[in-house]
Ligand binder design. Structure first.
Ligand code: TXA
Ligand code: MG
Length: 322
């Protein structure tokens, strides 16, 4: 297998692969990313091939600091500056008007570009060593579960990338929160690892949440109705709802095991402490476990719609679309 421990030496090697136009996998605090030179359109095209991702779905550029991130935008509103200062490095992506030198393959032809500064030390060292923005979507096949370990990546992408840097299990466990601005108001394009409430607190105003498709608010082309899907069928239920129970079914609870717990094939608890950050960190990891165990049907309990619960519910909803 193509997995190497994320030592200083291997990070350097990965950076040189990036400069040669190859793709490399690296850990971030959210999920593992499949990275390539953000200034090399051919290398970026390779990302789409390996992921089997449609070209209309733009990539996120990763920078090593806010100052370098700003160079990728042609215009940064005051409110975005405040968010950068407060939440970078961290699980927040900003979508703003792109600088002239950003290629169409990165933005899928849009006039805006998505940028974030990750918090993971391996990601930061890699971007620094490459000396350029690293384009990186989550390192999974398009539409499948996002990877929170190097093994998850290898299972889906095999030898596609030149190297997979293993930095252990990711801590946030769901993708970054994506924010843009519409008429100078903040808009949530994707719920993620930074709670929308924290952004609202910083800006002192509500973050708009586009829910109705076809409304005039901007949207993220990649946030499709069906996404983040385990191979098994998934159904969101409320506690106490009737379910099938046999060895092929699994129950994913928020904090307490269900009644008749022993009759399911597998039961997983996202956070016994009812901690939504812990639940988010466990979500994809546990879904990968159920997938690997060959579970056919997953019953996932509805989560609170606040804090990181919003990101979890978003993944559960998209994952349960047939
Ligand atoms: O946490 C994360 O964000 C991870 C790690 C690797 O950084 N990356 C990630 O990338 O989740 P990806 O490609 O799986 O998701 C990026 C999302 C897609 O839904 C895409 O449509 C949206 O960002 N996006 C990118 N550029 C955009 C733009 N200019 N306007 C609107 N949405 C954009
Ligand atoms: Mg993804």
């Amino acid at each position: 297998m193509n997995i190497y421990k994320a030592t200083e030496e291997n990070i350097k090697k990965a950076a040189s692969f990036i400069l040669e136009g190859k793709t490399v996998v690296f850990p971030t605090e959210t999920v593992y990313g499949l990275g390539a030179d953000g200034y090399n359109p051919e290398a970026c095209a390779r990302i789409f091939e390996i992921k089997e991702r449609p070209r209309f779905d733009p990539l996120i550029l990763h920078a090593d600091c806010a100052e370098n991130a700003r160079k990728l935008f042609s215009y940064v509103p005051e409110k975005a500056l405040r968010l950068m200062q407060k939440f970078w490095p961290g699980p927040m992506t900003l979508v703003l008007p792109k600088a002239d030198n950003i290629s169409d393959i990165v933005t899928a032809g849009l006039k805006t570009v998505a940028v974030r500064v990750p918090r993971h030390p391996v990601a930061l060292s890699l971007i620094k060593a490459a000396g350029r923005p690293v384009a990186a979507p989550s390192a999974n096949k398009f539409g499948r579960l996002s990877p929170t370990t190097a093994i998850h990546v290898a299972e889906q992408l095999g030898d596609g990338p030149a190297i997979i840097l293993d930095g252990g299990r990711t801590t946030v466990g769901v993708e970054s929160t994506i924010i843009t601005f519409y008429e100078n108001k903040p808009v949530l394009l994707r719920a993620g690892g930074l709670a929308a409430e924290e952004i609202e607190e910083e800006l002192g105003e509500k973050v708009m949440r586009p829910v109705i498709s076809g409304d005039s608010l901007p949207s993220a082309p990649g946030c499709l109705k069906k996404h983040y899907a385990p191979v098994a069928e998934m159904k969101i239920i409320k506690r106490g709802d009737k379910t099938e129970k046999d060895k092929n079914t699994a129950y994913m609870a928020f904090s307490e095991p269900p009644e008749d717990c022993g009759e399911y094939g597998i039961v997983r608890i996202l956070s016994a402490e009812k901690n939504l950050c812990e639940a988010a960190a466990n979500l994809f990891y546990m879904l990968h476990e159920l997938e690997k165990a060959g579970i056919k049907k997953i019953y996932a309990e509805e989560m609170p719609h606040t804090g990181l619960g919003l990101a979890i519910m978003d993944r559960l909803k998209r994952g349960s679309v047939k």
